[in-house]
Design a binder for this molecule. Structure first.
Ligand code: NAP
Ligand code: F7E
Length: 328
């Protein structure tokens, strides 16, 4: 039986990936941090078959201990401080977890592999944020990085360190450069979920307005359930490599508002949206568009859920959660 270890098991992608690997017949293990992690009950409810192990990406020996206990065939390093806006106010902790945490995990894997560097296959969750103030449109695997936030700088470090371990030690280490992917499980701090939740509440009369930042920012938004399949496909390849994973379609935050409010029959959302400078960032990434043709050609991967369906799915899920008074 194949064994997989997932860091970031409590996050959006960790949960989808765990479900997907369990359905494929894997034994799934997850790294969980903190002495009483508030998300543990959620993981235990959604994926009760997953074995949880205490550890932290900033604590190298905890990672080595978990590697020894699990002896995985595949490691998916999804753990990170992942909210870009938060990373300016917490640049050091972001660097420690999102940047150096990758090195800690790579070292734990390398040491566990001993004389056989390919004993464990490693996936690093890299990000389109690394492209930042983009050098070319669309962005592909060869596009130079120009990160614009402490988060993006930390991801660029982890990305290059993953490539370096692959080239230096011959490890099966791959990096997925994933563009924004969303779902009803997205954290409420991210713009898609913030909007879907607010729209559900506004349509039910529970809230009047939503405070927003830059409505002109544009992102290539896909569905997280589709994207975790690409992660798995990367580790099934005979050779490790880097892949961009994206839809190739870009929409503005304004279009997101159109789609979400439109779904509940509100065509003029202006009275419900308040612009608040608190949500503007010190440096913005204006537009991202991915070219996933390599993933399509090599992995035979393509996204299944389109932007409109994704927004509808998220608003519907928030309507159900609000009606049940049990927000996800
Ligand atoms: P997420 O929901 O924010 O989940 C982040 C996970 O990292 C959580 O499980 C969190 O655990 C864990 N974590 C935080 N600090 C940790 C630490 N010190 N040690 C161990 N684990 C720690 O993120 P996501 O959306 O699922 O994304 C998964 C990964 O893909 C992240 O690395 C993210 O940066 C990257 N990524 C995401 C996107 C996207 O659009 N979603 C795009 C590109 C790349 P707690 O619950 O304990 O905080
Ligand atoms: O912002 C703008 C904001 O926070 C998207 C992470 O998963 O994807 C995510 O990073 C855009 C930005 O995601 C609000 O300025 C406007 O331009 O949903 P977000 P992100 O920063 O793109 C990448 C690929 C990752 O790797 C990250 O881990 O929306 N925006 N008004 C707003 N954003 C937020 N959060 N809140 C607002 O009110």
């Amino acid at each position: 039986m194949q064994r997989a270890l997932i860091t970031g098991i409590t996050g959006q992608d960790g949960l989808y990936l765990a479900e997907s690997l369990l359905a494929k017949g894997y034994e799934v293990h997850g790294l969980i941090r903190g002495q009483s992690n508030p998300k543990r009950p959620l993981v235990e409810r959604l994926v009760p078959e997953v074995h949880l192990h205490a550890g932290d990406l900033t604590d190298q020996s905890s990672l080595m201990r978990v590697m020894a206990a699990v002896d995985p065939h595949e490691v998916y390093n999804l753990g990170a401080v992942s909210f870009v806006a938060f990373s300016w106010e917490n640049a050091r902790v972001t660097s420690d977890v999102t940047g150096l945490g990758v090195l800690n995990m790579l070292e734990a894997v390398r040491l566990h592999c001993g004389d056989d560097p390919r004993r464990v296959r490693f996936y690093q969750a890299s990000s389109s944020e690394m492209f930042g103030n983009v050098y070319e449109v669309p962005q592909r695997e060869t596009t130079l990085l120009r990160p614009r936030s402490p988060y993006a700088v930390s991801k660029a470090y982890g990305h290059h360190m993953t490539i370096n371990y692959r080239e230096s030690y011959g490890m099966h280490a791959s990096s997925g450069v994933l563009f924004n992917h969303e779902s009803p499980r997205r954290g409420i701090e991210f713009v898609t979920r913030k909007v879907s939740r607010a729209v559900a509440r506004i349509s039910m009369g529970r809230q009047q307005t939503i405070a927003m930042g830059n409505l002109d920012a544009q992102r290539d938004w896909g569905f997280a359930g589709d994207y975790v399949e690409a992660m798995w496909l990367m580790l099934q390849q005979p050779e490790p490599d880097d892949y961009v994973v994206a839809t190739g379609e870009t929409h503005s935050v304004r279009e997101l508002l159109d789609a979400a409010f439109g779904h509940v029959g509100i065509t003029d959302w202006q009275p419900h949206v308040v612009l608040d400078p608190a949500f503007l960032r010190p440096a913005e990434v204006d537009v991202l568009t991915g070219d996933a043709s390599k993933a399509r050609a090599v992995l035979d991967w393509k996204p299944k859920v389109a932007f409109g369906e994704l927004v509808a799915m998220m608003v519907e899920a928030d309507l159900v959660a609000e009606k049940a008074d049990s927000p996800y």
